[in-house]
Design a protein around this ligand. Structure first.
Ligand code: C5P
Length: 482
């Protein structure tokens, strides 16, 4: 059973003091180890929060002159742990992964590791000595604390003043993990501490506006077409259709021969944009929910070039995500560490390739309906033949944000190696029931000899291919039982 984590947060008892005291304790331990010559490896996950939290931890340790390296991996499993152990580092700092495998980590690494994380863990594991997890301090790790804001707390414990600039990366990780669930899609909880630090430092400004990709830099129709969250069928990924829809509505797209951007529009014109979009989602039934998601709090990094996606925390997160999903975590980490030349150029090219892949997968789904099955509120995509393992999270997130499936629990599966299946699951914002997906995936995977876990709204699992039907049955039963 997972600890009564919801109750902890419902009381509003965030224990920031205890969290920082623990961070300080662990920071001192690490510095002490390193003074005795220890080499440290930061091991992190490949998604946006993984790359930014790994970079925060790496930067903070490197600034203290520790002998530190950073590595991103798609999954931590017993095989991956053995590989890490074989590299013989004296200490391993895990960010954004590891909470589900504390027993295995202890068995392999003794006490020479620390897991800095925000994923849910079974009650029995919460007190594990090598776990530094947001849930232990009253923060809901699904929406109030990401790995990056946990790593930032650790960085502040190492050097409160010197590491305040790393607050900006916490906002990137939190946006990448879609933790913008506060009023007007703002960041709350521990993430808000990072926002406040970043604002105080003059690193970030906050405004409220339409949340499309490239709102300051792209023509309006391109910004709409390049936005995949929420996914709007007929517009997302369809530049020509967006252009046609806006032109047909009499929208003034150009000024003196130059394309206008969303940030230049008047309030009435922004309203018009929403009206045009609503024409594409009117038939879906959850249109009002989706339209609400189009407006919210924008976090702008004042020190970044306005012409790059790094200027906006969400866009920065999308770029990192693309790097991770396209197997170029090196580029993502380089960008987090400050490379604005070659790594950024390559990442921008990768981003278009990544979008192309996502588009192709979505088109395939629309054409080949036998690849999708729906049982009650659960829809499953059998992506073995056309979705790569690293892309399952992106496809499931996209589907769960779409008007068509935002009332569904989405499961996307793909082949993993020769004998395993990878599952990514997401709950759409308009899902009518109550399910703790992290718990469902962990227990269902365990029941067939696999590994699973995550958050209440987003979770994953890896299981033996031969057990796919037993696994699906276990998931459906657990979802039906609530
Ligand atoms: O892989 P995917 O993107 O679907 O994972 C969704 C969330 O579940 C991520 O936060 C991931 O770290 C987490 N997860 C986990 N344990 C697993 C698989 C995924 O905590 N075994």
């Amino acid at each position: 059973m997972v600890a009564d984590q919801a109750a902890t947060t419902a009381t509003g008892r965030h224990d920031y003091g205890a969290l920082m005291a623990r961070a300080k304790e662990e920071a001192e331990r690490l510095v002490d180890l390193s003074n005795r010559g220890a080499r440290v490896l930061v091991v992190t996950h490949i998604d946006a929060d993984g790359l930014s939290s790994g970079s925060v931890a790496f930067s903070a340790l490197a600034r203290k002159n520790l002998a530190v390296s950073v590595r991103a991996i798609p999954d931590l499993d017993p095989r991956a742990i053995e590989k890490l152990k074989a590299d013989k580092f004296e200490f391993y700092l895990f960010t954004d992964l590891g909470s589900g495998l504390l027993g295995e980590l202890s068995a392999a690494l003794g006490d020479k590791f620390l897991v800095v994380d925000h994923h849910q863990v079974p009650e029995a594991d919460l007190a594990h000595a090598r776990l530094f997890n947001a849930w232990n301090y009253g923060y809901d790790g699904g929406e109030e604390a990401c790995s990056s804001s946990m790593a930032y707390s650790f960085a502040k414990a190492l050097d409160a003043k010197g590491n305040q600039d790393l607050s900006a990366l916490s906002l990137v990780g939190a946006s990448g993990d879609r933790q913008d669930k506060g009023d007007a899609r703002s960041l709350g909880g521990l993430n808000k501490v990072a926002v406040e630090d970043a604002v105080t430092q003059g690193l970030v400004t906050t405004t409220k506006d339409l949340l499309f990709y490239g709102r300051e830099t792209r023509p309006v129709h391109e910004a709409i077409a390049m936005s995949y969250s929420p996914f709007i069928a007929g517009l997302s990924g369809a530049k020509d259709a967006a252009l046609a829809a806006l032109s047909n509505s009499g929208f003034k797209l150009k000024e003196g021969g130059r394309w206008r951007t969303l940030s230049e529009l008047s309030n009435e014109e922004k309203q018009k944009v929403i009206e045009v979009i609503s024409g594409f989602i009117a038939s879906a039934g959850h249109g009002a929910d989706l339209l609400k998601d189009l407006v919210g709090t924008i976090y702008t990094f004042e020190f970044e070039d306005p012409l790059t996606p790094l200027r906006d925390a969400r866009e920065f997160g999308s770029l990192l995500n693309a790097c991770g999903r396209m197997d170029r975590t090196d580029l993502g980490i380089s960008i987090c560490l400050g490379d604005r030349e070659d790594a950024l150029r390559q990442a921008l090219a990768l981003m278009s390739e990544y979008r192309g892949k996502l588009n192709k997968a979505i088109q395939k789904l629309q054409l080949e309906t036998d690849k999708v099955s729906t049982t009650g509120n659960v829809m499953m995509v059998m992506g073995e033949e056309f979705i790569e393992e690293r892309m399952t999270g992106s496809v499931s997130s996209l589907l769960a944000s779409s008007d068509r499936f935002r009332d569904k629990l989405v499961l996307v599966r793909a082949k993993s190696g020769d004998s395993d299946l990878k599952f990514s699951s997401r709950i759409g914002d308009s899902y009518p029931g109550k399910v703790n997906l992290g718990e469902v995936m962990r227990e269902a995977a365990q029941s067939v000899g696999g590994v699973g876990g995550g958050h209440s709204m987003a979770a994953g699992a890896k299981i033996p291919f031969s057990k796919r039907d037993d696994f699906t049955k276990a998931v459906l039963e657990k979802v039906a039982a609530g």
